[in-house]
Design a protein around this ligand. Structure first.
Ligand code: BES
Ligand code: ZN
Length: 613
């Protein structure tokens, strides 16, 4: 039997595969933990060859494990690096090929759990109730319960969750199943489409919801509900229509969005049934909802068709960025929007390559993950290099042909996981059909190995710059020290156009003067904007200009948003211009940040080693 192909799991999933998981948890806000049991049904892949099951775990307090309802021999072994502590359970008799065994694991999460954040009522916007939420991608599910924490294994799920607050999960609510149990209620959900462990998700708190589309609602704190509904209700069905037309009909039933408290560490997380999203997308101008087009697109790329390990993460994110851009171009009925977003993405890619160095392993499309924490390798590279690879194949075969390949690929791999070579084989096989004979020579020229393993930037295509030309022109004017700006320079622009302009100015060889920078903030309304995307881009310019009057604003923003995209880039610059303030600001907000964000900022600031010493 082939060895497992995911280096970030210690589970022996070549021997056993999870088929169904039942999570039976009480949300204990007082103790800030989940406690209860998981029942994992595993199917033997061999004929009695394996006498033990190995699962991943990380900082979980396991109290008992039953095998087929009887006590078992089990142990949680010592931690080995980022993979955590493997749990070994003896199966003395083994099991015949295809036979299913049942593990019932009693457990509680601990205060070292990296997947969960617990907020006190005081840390929520209406201060009325505590709140908790999970973030399992990439390898944090194992810190909630022992499991085969690899995207190469998919399981159906039942959720039975007891909480005094409303519960949301990555499954479909079971109608009328909510039971009263004193102060608490029991919420039940089913996920009948098999999903990898990283898509397991829970949230609980004072949550209200409102409709935003034909199969969609938005859920969030009662104070935020109206604004969240307004932000999303115009586009939700348009996104869904566009996506279904490009790929095929949505297969999950509902598509809902949970808008989380500001410490949510990502822009969005594609948890099935309920995308989790940062409140920074509720900017009051509908300018940041591309994130929802992106997370919706994951319903096909990632959630149905999944990378088999984090080494092939580009298959999830590159495809998703490609679909996101197709969706945006389709709803604007203008292909320039595809290029517009691609130009912004290219800039992010250049920055990432520059930050790592052009020969760095993390600038490859396929990144070796042996002994590596996937959170450390996370960057724009798999997104944008992945996008450019898919987009280059689209251009190579032509849009009409590529549009036929899209549903073929997602249909063939639905409910499965794959690696880059299986993607290659699927692509070449599809286009080897007689009707594509004229493409033969072009296909033979694709440098697959180079695309997968060359570090640095991929070939840059020609972009349609019609939407960015004005942004470049305005940026050019700012190179003249005596340029006098007016609010009408940008008042009719989209948020993304302003962002492109700010990105260009950020990269000026010579920073703006303090006066120029202040003037820009004032005249273009960037200091008071509610749009965090713009505000943080502006603060980058202000800090590079050494405008010390902007630093308190930076520190304040760092106490109000926990989305890593902003937090990490702001800290990286702040620590260069005022290390003292950076350290103070981090200490002050340590409890506000999600554990994953806290850990990564600690590393970015060079504090990681100090803490663990
Ligand atoms: N799946 C990712 C978030 C993620 C990736 C979490 C890896 C943990 C590990 C999500 O779909 C995503 O890409 N979010 C982006 C949105 C953006 C590209 C529109 C984000 O958070 O910024
Ligand atoms: Zn994504």
């Amino acid at each position: 039997m082939a060895p497992v192909r995911d280096p970030n799991t210690q589970s022996n999933y070549d021997q056993w595969r999870t088929k169904h998981t039942t999570a039976n948890f009480k949300v204990d806000f007082a103790a800030k933990c989940l406690r209860g049991s998981v029942i994992i049904e595993l199917q033997s892949q061999t004929d009695k060859a394996s006498k033990e099951i190995v699962l991943d775990s990380s900082f979980v307090d396991v109290s008992s494990i039953k095998l087929n309802s009887a006590p078992s021999q089990w142990e949680v072994r010592e931690r080995t690096g980022p993979s955590g502590s493997p749990v070994h359970v003896a199966v003395p008799e083994g099991a015949g090929k295809g036979e299913v065994v049942k593990l019932e694991i009693d457990l509680a999460t601990t205060d070292k759990c990296t997947a969960l954040q617990w907020l006190t009522p005081a840390q929520t916007s209406n201060k009325k109730a505590p709140f908790m939420f999970s973030q399992c991608q990439a390898i944090h599910a194992r810190s909630i319960f022992p499991c085969q924490d690899t995207p190469d294994v998919k399981s159906t799920y039942s959720f039975i969750i007891r909480s005094p607050q409303v519960v949301i999960a990555s499954g479909v609510p079971v109608p009328d199943a909510t039971e009263d149990a004193g102060e608490e209620k029991v919420y039940k959900f089913e996920q009948k489409v098999p999903i990898p462990a990283y898509l397991f998700a829970l949230a609980s708190g004072d949550i209200a919801s409102a409709p935003i589309g034909r199969c969609s609602c938005v859920a969030t704190g009662p104070n935020e509900l109206e604004a969240s509904q307004w932000e999303l209700q115009d586009d939700m069905d348009k996104f869904l229509d566009a996506a279904e037309k490009i790929v095929f009909p949505y297969r999950w039933g509902e598509y809902n969005v949970l808008v989380l408290p500001p410490s949510f560490p990502y822009g969005g997380m594609e948890n099935p049934i309920f995308t989790f999203a940062t409140p920074t997308i509720i900017s009051g101008d509908r300018q940041n909802i591309d994130v929802i087009a992106h997370e919706l697109a994951h319903s096909w790329s990632g959630n149905l068709v999944t990378n088999c390990s984090w080494e092939h993460f580009w298959l999830n994110e590159g495809w998703t960025v490609y679909l996101e851009r197709r969706i945006l171009a389709s709803i604007h009925k203008n292909d320039a929007y595809f290029d517009f977003s691609a130009i912004i993405g290219w800039k992010h890619l250049e920055e990432a390559v520059e930050e790592y160095g052009k020969d760095h392993e993390y600038t490859k499309l396929c990144i070796s993950h042996k002994g590596i924490d996937p959170d450390d390798a996370f960057s724009s590279v798999p997104y944008e290099k992945g996008f450019h690879f898919i987009y280059s194949l689209d251009r190579l075969v032509g849009r009409e042909n590529f549009d036929k390949f899209i549903p073929h690929y997602f249909g063939k791999w639905a409910n499965k996981s794959l690696d880059s070579y299986e993607f290659k084989a699927t692509f070449l096989d599809f286009f080897s059909a007689p009707e594509y004979a004229s493409l033969k020579d072009k296909l033979a020229e694709i440098d697959w190995e180079g695309r997968f393993y060359n570090p640095g930037l991929p070939p840059k295509p020609e972009f349609n710059t019609s939407l960015v030309d004005v942004c470049f022109e305005l940026a050019n004017k700012w190179k003249q020290k005596d340029f006098s700006p007016s609010s009408s320079d940008t008042s009719s622009w989209t948020g993304n156009q302003v962002l492109v302009f700010l990105n260009v100015v950020q990269n000026f060889e010579e920073p703006l003067t303090v006066e120029q920078s202040r003037n820009m903030g004032k005249v273009y309304g960037l200091i008071d904007t509610k749009n965090v995307e713009l505000k943080s881009a502006y603060y980058q310019i202000a800090m590079k200009a050494k405008d010390t009057s902007s630093y308190p604003g930076v520190a304040e923003l760092l106490g109000n948003v926990g989305r890593m995209k902003f937090v990490r880039t702001l800290f990286r610059t702040l620590t260069k211009v005022d290390r003292d303030l950076a350290l103070k600001t981090f200490e002050k907000n340590r409890d506000f940040y999600h554990p994953i964000c806290r850990m990564l900022v600690e590393k970015d600031l060079g504090l990681g080693e100090v803490k663990s010493a």
